[in-house]
Design a protein around this ligand. Structure first.
Ligand SMILES: *[C@@H]1O[C@H](CO)[C@@H](O)[C@H](O)[C@H]1NC(C)=O
Ligand SMILES: *[C@@H]1O[C@H](CO)[C@@H](O)[C@H](O)[C@H]1NC(C)=O
Ligand SMILES: *[C@@H]1O[C@H](CO)[C@@H](O)[C@H](O)[C@H]1NC(C)=O
Ligand SMILES: *[C@@H]1O[C@H](CO)[C@@H](O)[C@H](O)[C@H]1NC(C)=O
Length: 212
């Protein structure tokens, strides 16, 4: 009994360690899409600010992304902020001169040892490549983590990296283009977990042998 409890505690902490290594940044889930598609993703806030609880998350909508609708996430207050369109769009029913510029969730709480997913649906622009999203995270101690860093010409990102949606033309391996990247990173996570689990188990057996 004691052995089993010890081993599962060690495995649990190895799993925790592995998941914090894999999920260290704000990510989009799913993270791969096709140009011009209607797309739904979740911005995952994986941890607080140096141990503090998160109570505010603001997502800036990149230019060219339209038809944005946030998920109403209880008990968070969800606010939609419009910004003027540089080029108003004429439709048969009138002129559209503004678009969603920011979505803010506030008033909920994410303890540092938990995560939350903030959902958005949208229409993506006609483009291929990485679409970067600035995410502003605030904690109850007043600290900020602004996920706004994008790679420079040398590929180096300073500060907290922005969230990203990878937009690519559909291929036979990525029909619909919704979750290819996610599957790869999930598999990577499991691989890391198993590796750490084995190491921890080997350590635990060695320790028990020494005690017995
Ligand atoms: C919260 O943040 C401050 C610094 O901003 C830090 O000193 C403190 O240890 C953090 N953790 C908790 C649980 O408050
Ligand atoms: C946007 O359109 C609305 C009505 O369609 C109008 O009342 C408003 O003044 C317009 N705003 C700008 C900045 O053009
Ligand atoms: C983070 O962004 C917020 C909102 O734009 C700003 O008020 C704050 O000063 C920024 N903090 C840091 C550390 O960049
Ligand atoms: C994606 O498809 C479009 C239209 O078929 C084409 O013009 C473009 O070059 C393609 N882009 C890439 C990166 O393959």
């Amino acid at each position: 009994m004691k052995f089993a409890a010890t081993v599962s505690a060690i495995v649990a902490s190895a799993v925790l360690l592995a998941s914090s290594v894999v999920e260290a940044h704000v990510t989009t889930n799913p993270s791969a899409a096709t140009p011009g598609s209607y797309f739904q993703t979740n911005f995952r806030v994986p941890h607080g600010c140096e141990g503090n609880t998160t109570d505010y998350v603001r997502v800036e909508i990149p230019k060219g992304v339209s038809s944005v609708k946030p998920r109403a996430l209880y008990p968070w207050k969800t606010e939609i902020e419009m910004v003027a369109l540089e080029t108003p769009i004429t439709t048969p029913t009138g002129t559209i001169n503004s678009t969603v510029g920011f979505v803010t969730w506030s008033g909920g709480l994410i303890p540092d040892n938990m995560y939350e997913d903030f959902g958005l649906q949208m229409k993506l622009p006609q483009m291929t490549g990485n679409l970067y999203w600035s995410v502003y995270q605030r904690c109850i101690n007043g600290g900020w983590q602004n996920w706004t860093g994008v790679p420079d010409a040398a590929g180096k990102t300073s500060g907290f990296p922005a969230a990203v949606i990878a937009i690519a033309n559909a291929t036979t391996n990525n029909a619909g283009g919704s979750s290819g990247g996610d599957k790869a990173s999930a598999a990577h996570g499991v691989f890391q977990t198993l590796n750490l689990g084995h190491l921890a188990l080997a350590g635990a057996s060695a320790l028990l042998m020494a005690i017995l």
